[in-house]
Design a binder for this molecule. Sequence first.
Ligand SMILES: [Zn+2]
Length: 366
Amino acid sequence: MERLKNLLIELIKFKSVAQNPNELKSIIDFVENYLKDTKLIIKRFEKNSKYSLVATFKDTKKPKIFFVGHLDVVDAKDELFEPKVEGNIIRGRGAIDMKGPCAVLIELFKELSAENKNYDIGLMLTTDEEIGSENGVNYLLNEEGYSCDFAIIPDGGFNFNIINREKGVLHFRVISEGKSAHGSRVWEGLNAIDNLIDFYNDISLIFPSEPCGDPNHWHNTINIGKIQGGLKVNIVPDYAIAEIDIRFTEPWTVETMKEQVLSSIKKFPNLKFEVLSTGEAIYVPEDNEFLKLYKQTAEKILNRKVEFISEHGATDGRFFAQKGIPVIITNAIGYGLHTDEEWVDLESLYTLKEIFKSFLNERADI
Ligand SMILES: [Zn+2]
């Protein structure tokens, strides 16, 4: 446990935020060095000043299981990069999101190597999750050709519960072009903002309005996050844009949701549609063999039940879901991600490592 604690303290000290590419590189250097006396095959990657590391026991791009973590964090005041130990609690930026869980994964692989395990598993560590994972997980899966049968991402949920459903995402921009005219002679123009509002009202009809009556809110949602357009009170605007955030539950997919949006867009003149980013919804059925075994193992080690839960936000799991790879998302005990209060329970990190070890041990074929 001491080693895990010391490793986490070292990881928190790196100010590995998106605007510090040197620190992103340094933290990956540090992990590579930390694993250098193992039998792991370590590959390094860099894309657009975002750094990643993949470690496997076998020389393969498709291990059976990938454990996935990110070593970047969201920005914080300097003192949050000076970890504080209060008994069993470690405070600091990234303690739970997710340098704590990353320390678990790094220690897990180091220990398995020392124990001469030769599992067909991989460790994927990236440094751009907090800004969309374009040059991290997305790059490794879709450009470097990494894959697996199953992925485990300790970056969601709480208290060892297992997320097996996650909403999908469609972020898009709508550009509305009209014709300007004087505000006193509106019939001579075409109001781009009106057109945009008409579209938004139309697409909104397929989303439940709040309060919806479902305490879990397990339904599709829409949010207009940004809107711009117009010059002056007395000019009919000829240009307006909106950026819209749709979250959807399965069986909706990025494709079917996109079709839905486009069918609405077509009803209005002069609207253009641009996708900003997408992520498939995740649903791993509760009888999936990996999931069932993982849950049983966790319950055995914890000596209590763990729950399946649904998550509204998106994780790196979406990139695996896009490839049809089942993924489970879980986490140890911690609190306050992205806030000044962030902490993790060290004992629970240790337990998480024991669950992973025991799970791998149960799978004789790995
Ligand atoms: Zn609702």
